[in-house]
Design a binder for this molecule. Structure first.
Ligand SMILES: [Zn+2]
Length: 79
């Protein structure tokens, strides 16, 4: 019997942060957050989420922020 085990990315959620200033260029409403989750699956059935990857990008200065670099303002807008 062959077991199909593995991980694969789930769908990506995109969220525009309104009223949040980019910590780098100080423009407001330019940050877009995308969240991708990785799932552990067995026979193509999602079992549980093993990790998620959240990044924010500023459309003005093109700076990309990783989750650990998010400002308090950004974290508040996401929660
Ligand atoms: Zn910016």
């Amino acid at each position: 019997m062959i077991l199909f085990l593995g991980t694969r990315p789930g769908k990506t959620e995109i969220k525009q942060l309104q009223n949040v200033n980019c910590p780098f260029c100080a423009q407001s409403g330019t940050l877009t957050v995308s969240k991708t989750s990785n799932w552990f699956h067995l026979f193509w059935i999602k079992l549980f989420r093993i990790s998620s990857n959240t990044v924010a990008e500023c459309s003005h200065c093109k700076r990309v922020y990783f989750e650990e670099e998010f400002s308090e303002e950004m974290l508040r807008a996401l929660s």
